[in-house]
Design a protein around this ligand. Structure first.
Ligand code: CA
Ligand code: CA
Ligand code: CA
Length: 428
């Protein structure tokens, strides 16, 4: 892969000015107070046991950060096409057990197997209660169907204040073996007007092992013995929920850690420090790198999502349709981001069958020179445009003019922060 660098849009003096200024907290959490509300969506009733442990861990995080009063909605057991009675019973035990231990009001809990209509209604009401000063952060730890139904019934004008957070291609509806469990996928949700935020996949650091049907080894269990041996009885109880799983997998809880810290790399030492040692970590003012997956751009014009290239980030990318010309566009609106100077990476596949022309635009204006996919070696390439000044609310677009039989595949656009801008708080 090459690392081409082009363009320069601001003078070095401006970089220094921006780098030296104090930037506003871009939240939603500042280490003390959480601005807005939180909602959870979980499965656990079929297929994968991980939420039996991940859900209590996420609630324990809210408790440690002192923000559990911000939780306004929980839907769970939300795999609708199938339901395994043993899985269902264990997930209900985890959800009600966590709620009672951490004093979450049961009135905000919605069992999708017994109370689906009320679950959907609750999502709709949570969205409709949103405003510029009271945003909703909806953590998606199961399939998209129930969130989809709640979002579709909501007031379209309120969706701009809703942030859906996901980390998993499976949850998002992309799977080869379990497609029968998914009715709608995230592409049915993303164009609705909500903001879609994808953090890194928690299976890397918080699943030992990941994968349905596997068992943890003694060495893997030992990584979690700080829960078993804690002086906190609630953490000791969470360990019993991992034992019920038969393996130590709390991967979906990575999203809640990210929501409350801006840190996409939750791991066991960090969770131990927070939950057992009760230390609040440093909260990111602005993330140093924000990756916006191409498959999560709001508007795909002549582009569609392609699944299963293992070389692609989250194994998903977008490919051009037969017209050979298209674009992807979205708003830059991730959490813990700020106005600043960014190096912008565009990740694209340079196929042998053509030399497509690519161009990046910010707020409809081209930044940097257009370039061609002319290496023709069938590898993913990173093209970097340096020193782009942008901030939350700005629009991003990649325009591609296909050439030959190249399909113009795009994986992601990543913004790497070089210096932060002063002042404004920067959400739309
Ligand atoms: Ca899950
Ligand atoms: Ca090419
Ligand atoms: Ca991707």
């Amino acid at each position: 892969m090459s690392h081409a660098k082009t363009g320069s849009y601001i003078f070095p003096l401006l970089i220094l000015m921006l780098a030296g200024s104090v930037h506003a907290q871009s939240g939603p959490f500042d280490g003390t107070s959480f601005k807005g509300r939180i909602a959870f969506s979980s499965d656990g009733n079929y297929n994968d046991e991980d939420d039996w442990g991940a859900f209590p861990m996420a609630v324990a995080m809210l408790d440690s950060f002192g923000v559990k009063d911000r939780l306004v909605h929980v839907d769970y057991c939300n795999i609708l096409p199938k339901n395994d009675t043993r899985f269902y019973r264990e997930m209900v035990t985890s959800v009600l057990g966590a709620a009672d231990r951490y004093k979450i009001d049961r009135s905000i809990l919605f069992d999708c197997q017994t109370d689906l209509e009320a679950a959907i209604q609750s999502i709709t009401e949570a969205i409709n209660a949103s405003s510029v000063d009271n945003r909703l952060y909806y953590v998606l730890a199961g399939p998209m169907e129930v969130p989809f139904q709640g979002i579709m019934k909501s007031d379209p004008d309120k969706r701009q204040y809703v942030y859906c957070i996901s980390h998993s291609g499976w949850n998002d509806g992309y799977t080869q073996s379990d497609s029968a469990l998914h009715i709608h996928n995230k592409r049915d949700v993303i164009p609705s007007g909500i903001h879609w935020i994808q953090c890194k996949d928690g299976n890397k650091n918080l699943a030992h092992p990941g994968g349905v049907g596997k068992r943890s080894t003694p060495q893997q269990w030992a990584l979690y013995h700080w829960l078993r041996d804690s002086t906190d009885p609630n953490l000791r109880w969470i360990f019993t929920r991992l034992e019920a799983e038969g393996r130590a997998d709390i991967s979906d809880s990575t999203m809640t850690y990210f929501l409350l810290t801006g840190d996409e790399d939750a791991d066991l030492p960090k969770l131990r420090s927070l939950l057992d040692l009760k230390k609040i970590p440093r909260i990111a003012g602005s993330r140093s790198a924000v990756r916006i997956e191409a498959e999560n751009f709001r508007d795909l014009e002549s582009y569609s999502v392609t699944y299963s290239d293992r070389r692609a980030s989250h194994r998903l990318c977008v490919a051009l349709g037969p017209t050979g010309t298209g674009s992807i566009g979205t708003l830059f609106n991730d959490i813990y981001t700020t106005k600043g100077v960014y190096d912008v990476e565009v990740r694209y596949l340079d196929e042998r069958q053509g030399q497509s022309r690519l161009e990046l635009r910010v707020n409809q204006i081209p930044v940097g020179a257009a370039w061609r996919a002319s290496k023709d070696d069938n590898t993913w390439q990173t093209h970097t445009i340096q020193n782009v000044v942008m901030g939350p609310g700005d629009s991003l677009e990649v325009r591609v003019k296909g050439q030959g039989r190249e399909s113009g595949k795009l994986d992601y656009v990543q913004l790497n922060l070089k210096g932060t801008g002063g002042g404004s708080s920067l959400m739309p």
